[in-house]
Design a protein around this ligand. Structure first.
Ligand code: UD1
Length: 362
């Protein structure tokens, strides 16, 4: 029996692997092995997601934890090489653009194990983002490039990737979103925060370019204070951001904003799916906002997900206070319904299963 090894490590990975493992269980003869690198390890950043998404217990926990990019990548590589030697996979599946994605791809490629990259082809063209480097290198090393949208396939073609490696399959995160939305709609997280449906904003921030930079962080928080005068703002705070707020003495800078710990998948989806507005520097949340039809202001200068602007609800507003507030005013103007991008339909995992079956049959 052929073996597929799936790699998860950080918060944005779990909702991409869960639907794929389920579809492969139902529609393929392969043995599946789940490896958790442990890049994220707090209950609220990792285990809460594994539980909410009903992922199987990982077969291997590498326990790498936080460190500098080089150390974290190297630790995953050392441990993942051992896993590959023990499991002898016929294919390694990696998702997204975190350090674990890059590390596992490098190990597999050097052991001549084929790599499938889910969410291939996205480009911000900003190499100051560590994720952009992870995306470029992972795509270079992958044998199957599974893209979420046409722009991803076009980027790969422009980089000279052979056509037979590129498969436009759609956005697998939307599989998880559509599967869990009915449960999230019933969730009562809003009661705990005393907010009304459709009348509040959700904020997330964790990019080093925003939260490790005092000026950018201050400019964003100034805009958020003003927005919070018009509607409640709920801010689940990432551990990196919590740490920086303490370092910079910004703990008191958001008097009228509700700060919470990071939320699990269902609570967070419940919060975002009933929101009036989302403000974020996350990649995945730009996509989820578009799928939910909720206006999103992206607090970055660029995006690797331009389809959320051209075919969605996203505006790239940067980190300038007045630009964020101008975006806020535009977002408050009622707009018609927005169609979802092609193939963001909840069936991406099945399409990937067909591609993997065909690949491993050869
Ligand atoms: C990582 C990913 C980023 C992704 C984000 C989602 C890379 C390069 N970055 O960034 O692409 O969008 O995850 O959250 O792979 N920490 C904890 N508990 C945890 C995890 C982290 O306290 O479970 C703290 C540690 O102090 C750590 C810091 O947060 O140093 C940053 O974590 P790290 O995994 O290095 O990067 P993220 O900012 O989470």
């Amino acid at each position: 029996m052929k073996t597929i090894v799936h790699v998860i490590g950080a918060r944005p990975n779990y909702m991409k692997i869960a639907p794929l493992m389920e579809a492969l269980r139902a529609g393929s003869p392969f043995r599946q092995v789940l490896v958790n690198t442990g890049q994220h390890y707090d209950d609220l950043m990792a285990r809460a997601f594994v539980r909410d998404l009903a992922l199987p217990t990982p077969d291997h926990d590498l326990g790498v934890g936080s460190a500098s990019h080089a150390v974290q990548t190297a630790k995953v590589m050392i441990e993942f090489e051992r896993v590959c030697e023990a499991e002898r996979p016929d294919l390694v599946v990696v998702v997204g653009d975190v350090n674990s994605t890059l590390a596992a791809s490098l190990v597999a490629a050097k052991l001549l194990i084929p790599v499938a990259h889910v969410e291939a082809g996205l480009r911000s063209r900003d190499r100051s983002m560590p994720e952009e480097i992870n995306r470029i290198v992972t795509d270079r090393l992958s044998d199957l490039l599974l893209t979420p949208s046409r722009d991803g396939s076009d980027n790969l073609r422009a980089e000279g990737v052979p056509e037979e490696k590129i498969h436009l399959v759609g956005n697998i995160m939307i599989d998880s979103l559509m599967r869990h939305l009915p449960l999230a709609k019933l969730d009562r997280v809003r009661d705990r925060m005393s907010i009304d449906e459709g009348r509040y904003a959700v904020l997330t921030l964790h990019r080093p370019s925003n939260v490790d930079n005092l000026d950018a962080f201050r400019r964003i928080l100034t805009a958020i204070q003003t927005i919070a005068e018009s509607m409640p703002v709920i801010f689940p705070v990432h551990p990196r951001t919590r740490q920086r707020m303490g370092d910079f003495g910004l703990d008191g800078a958001l008097g009228n904003v509700t700060l919470t710990d990071p939320l699990g998948y269902i609570d967070f989806l419940s919060l975002t799916s009933h929101a009036r507005l989302i403000l974020t520097d996350s990649g995945g949340l730009q996509e989820e906002s578009t799928a939910l039809g909720i206006p999103c202001l992206t607090l970055r200068e660029n995006t690797e997900r331009p389809i959320t602007v051209t075919h969605g609800t996203n505006q790239i507003v940067g980190t300038d206070t007045s630009a964020i507030l101008a975006g806020f005013r535009r977002a408050m103007t009622p707009a018609g319904p927005v169609p979802r991008p092609d193939l963001w339909d909840g069936h991406t995992a099945e399409r990937i299963t067909r591609v993997l079956c065909q690949f491993l049959a050869n």
